[in-house]
Design a binder for this molecule. Sequence first.
Ligand SMILES: [Cu+2]
Length: 124
Amino acid sequence: MSHRSLPFAVLSLFLTLSIPGLAYAHAFPERSRPRVGSTLTKPPHLVRIWFDAGLEALFCSLTVKNATGQIVSEGRGHVVAGTHDRLLETQVPPLAPGRYHVYWSVVAVDGHHTEGRYMFRIQK
Ligand SMILES: [Cu+2]
């Protein structure tokens, strides 16, 4: 780092620390369909998760597994255009009654990685 760029580095560090929205912009789910822990009476066509920050589409995935750990979603999901890159969705074929786990892994526009999973159930 040159001496000339040092003040900018100090300034940008200060801004980052003083603006929580910038410092902590990792993406976390705001809501999802199906909802976390929900029991559905009919199978969904899509599994969707809305995040609280923009996502880097290339580094995001959303998969659904059945009770035996098999992937049942079609592909690894995609970030939906026109949503400020906040909606991640994946298509699912008609699912049989049972328990399913949704696995998500994303990189936010700030470069930070978050991941998680949740369960939903389809009633007989
Ligand atoms: Cu972050």
